[in-house]
Design a protein around this ligand. Structure first.
Ligand code: OMP
Length: 220
């Protein structure tokens, strides 16, 4: 039978549920919004889990056809994600440079805020965990431009597809970032995929609470 969800979406959501990276309850987000679900990329805390997650990211990036020269993982959550993705691309025959930032400026030693490959003059793909209001992604774009890099796109595991101010606009934060910066925002899975998976009756997923949250804050 026809599966309307691309493989990497289903695989990622099932993987996230199995390692408890996707949890349900009551969570206060960075934006202050109270959400019935939370995605914690820190639960991908073993080599095997990170490797499987990286295959999902790589499949999503390849399906989207984004062109870039270097991977960038924003501190902290993006660091293992970009690194694991670089390993996965190498396994697929493409050895890509990878870089990340530190959060605290270092005054001794090598100094600077960036670690790893140079960004200057290169097309940079940001690798991060989740987008809600887009604040974290905007910060990463600033870091890359300050280092002379050219942002080429963003890949995240989960697009929560939330409108920043639903009373003003129902456009999602990811759509807004994509339009403002003229960049592709690639998500391995989206809130809509979670609801679709849920429609298949996954135990423990509070369908009505998720639907209500999406009706209140989701993009159209
Ligand atoms: P924005 O900066 O609002 O896009 O939120 C993204 C950040 O919020 C992530 O990098 C996390 O630090 C955190 N977050 C999660 O990790 N998982 C979620 O499900 C939701 C959030 C959040 O606070 O919105």
């Amino acid at each position: 039978s026809f599966d309307p969800m691309a493989d990497h979406r289903t695989l990622f959501l099932q993987l996230a549920l199995s390692v408890d990276a996707l949890r349900f309850g009551e969570f206060t987000l960075k934006s202050g919004r109270v959400s019935p679900y939370f995605f914690n990329a820190g639960r991908f805390d073993s080599g095997a889990a990170l490797a499987q997650l990286a295959t999902c990211y790589a499949d999503a990036v390849e399906a989207a056809g984004v062109e870039f020269d270097v991977l960038f993982g924003p501190a902290y959550k993006g660091i293992p994600l970009a690194t694991a993705l670089a390993c996965e691309f190498a396994r697929r025959g493409r050895d890509l440079p990878v870089a990340f930032n530190r959060k605290e400026a270092k005054v001794h030693g090598e100094g600077g805020m960036l670690i790893g490959a140079a960004l200057e003059g290169r097309r940079v793909l940001i690798v991060d965990d989740v987008i809600t209001a887009g604040t974290a992604i905007r910060e990463a774009l600033g870091l890359i431009r300050d280092a002379g890099g050219v942002p080429a796109g963003i890949v995240i595991a989960l697009d929560r597809e939330e409108a920043v101010d639903p009373a003003v606009s129902r456009r999602s934060a990811s759509q807004t970032v994509a339009q403002e910066h003229g960049l592709p925002v690639v998500a391995v899975a989206r809130m809509a995929d979670l609801l679709e998976l849920d429609a298949g009756n996954v135990p423990g997923v509070p369908h009505e609470a998720l639907q209500a949250y999406r009706a209140a804050y989701g993009c159209e």
